[in-house]
Design a protein around this ligand. Structure first.
Ligand code: AMP
Ligand code: ZN
Length: 466
């Protein structure tokens, strides 16, 4: 398996530190609001990376943090008249609701920064003791020039970076590129006791600390959106490597932006849709198929038209699933027939192609094209003369290849059953209320869909006629 490593700017063979296991840390949301569909892209991309690695047999320890203390959190909590803790609790709950609805698997751990304050303080202390950080009036700064490799992730050197910054008015810093790892309490801010007085952690230090605590000194994969390369991940590397003297992460992965009108979707530009709003109109299969239809390192433009055409494409896939499910019910022949054996081999080749694409730095765009090709092939070659075994094999294969992408797991038949049961119930209720017009309307609607109802002493039965 090959992964494009931001650190080396090359596609590299993935070799885990411990055979068979992957330790992965993804920077998660700041929990002051509902997340938008741009954040959603990043979460879906790395959920897919994780699922695919599991599909390939790795045990994946997947950590994604919640940033629950920072300027944005404090500002929003003040606006709402609640505590930062209450704000965090609320939007962590809301995060899970939306992430679950997007079929994002729960992480192995979702640490919150405020639950690691003691460990963060210890981390800061260690950096001071080792001479990499200094305190000024209750603030602690990391001294970038002490880390000779500063800039290695973003491909910049310290001199260029220094030349690029505006003259810093903050005279407490020794160098404009130094960054706060502990912040002195300002009036009205939540704070924790520390050797430097009351204060709170900086943003970068939380990820260094929690990755270390939960996954160890050197992790396999560290990931996040493209905007985190600098300064967030650059700073994480500086802190972690100065503290341990070891490489922080072997592979750095960054996903490209979801844009809207060719501009990054973001809260600050106010050009965003929340995941929740989009989920009202489209289910997770549509959203995920759309997000994964481009390579994760390529920017993707969001529009409703694109979602609509993705939905139409997805319907083709689900029609095939529905047909296979119906055939399974109808067909009598159980065992695979002699002349079908070659065909099984042929469709299994789609799996090989799919793996080849996904192994190549998670090329979901091409992997999806393979699924569409396979489904077209199955549509033209499987019918009522096929054996149950072949039909089942095809259905399982579609589901298998959809699995790592988090799509195609629904049953058309079960959904239909549920929907029809619901309509029948509504009709019964209408009849009870002597609302004959509505009852007839529901019966006609079902009839249009080829469903006929039969009133029996045991209740209403339905069957599908073609
Ligand atoms: P935030 O809550 O802003 O810290 O972002 C959470 C995650 O979403 C980070 O990994 C960001 O890089 C990522 N992200 C933010 N905006 C976008 C976007 N428009 N497209 C893709 N990822 C994004
Ligand atoms: Zn982070």
């Amino acid at each position: 398996m090959k992964i494009f490593n931001t650190l080396t700017r090359k596609k590299e063979e993935f070799i885990p530190i411990k055979p068979g296991e992957v330790n992965m840390y993804v920077c998660g949301p700041t929990v002051y609001n509902y997340f938008h569909i741009g954040n959603g892209r990043t979460f879906i991309v790395f959920d897919t990376v994780r699922r695919y690695m599991e599909y390939r047999g790795y045990k994946v320890n997947f950590v994604q943090n919640f940033t629950d203390i920072d300027d944005k959190m404090i500002k929003k909590a003040n606006e709402e008249g609640i505590t930062v803790k209450e704000l965090g609790d609320k939007f962590i709950d809301e995060y899970y609701k939306d992430a679950d609805a997007l079929n994002i698997e729960r992480a192995t751990a979702n640490p919150r920064a405020t639950e690691f304050i003691d460990e963060i303080i210890q981390f800061v202390k260690d950096l001071i003791d080792k001479g990499y950080a200094y305190e000024v009036n209750g603030d602690v700064y990391f001294e970038t020039k002490k880390f000779g490799q500063y800039g290695k992730l973003s491909g910049q050197n310290l001199e260029d970076l220094q030349a690029g910054v505006r003259i810093d008015v903050d005279e407490r810093k020794k160098d404009p590129m130094d960054f706060a790892i502990w912040k002195n309490q300002k009036p009205g801010e939540p704070a924790w006791e520390s050797p430097w007085g009351m204060g709170r952690p900086g943003w970068h230090i939380e990820c260094s600390c929690m990755a270390y605590k939960l996954l160890g000194e050197t992790i396999d994969i560290h990931a996040g959106g493209y905007d985190l390369i600098f300064p967030h991940h650059e700073n994480e590397i500086a802190q972690s490597e100065c503290r341990t003297g070891k490489p922080f992460a072997k592979y750095w992965m960054h996903s490209a932006f979801l844009n809207i009108n060719n501009q990054k979707m973001s809260k600050s530009l106010n050009n965003f849709f929340t995941a929740r709003d989009i989920l009202k109109k489209y289910d997770s299969d549509v959203i995920r198929l759309f997000m994964l239809s481009g390579h994760y390192r390529t920017q993707l433009n969001f529009s409703e038209e694109l979602l609509e055409s993705t939905k139409a494409g997805l319907e083709r896939l689900y029609n095939a699933i529905g047909n296979l499910e119906n055939l399974l019910d109808e067909v009598k022949e159980e065992k695979i027939k002699e002349n079908e054996k070659d065909y099984i081999k042929k469709i299994d080749e789609y799996r090989d192609k799919y793996i080849e694409k996904m192994d190549d730095d998670f090329n979901t765009a091409d992997a999806i094209a393979v699924i569409f090709d396979m489904v077209r092939d199955i549509n033209t070659n499987i019918d009522a003369d096929s054996s149950k075994e072949l039909i089942k094999h095809s259905l399982d294969l579609i589901r298998e290849l959809g699995g790592p992408l988090g799509i195609l797991q629904n049953s058309v038949k079960e959904n239909l059953d549920e929907e029809i049961e619901k309509l029948i119930e509504q009709r019964q209720q209408a009849r009870k209320e002597k609302n004959w017009a509505l009852a007839d309307k529901i019966r006609d609607e079902l009839k249009d869909r080829g469903i006929v109802l039969e009133d029996t002493p045991q209740g209403v039965r339905w069957k599908k006629v073609n």
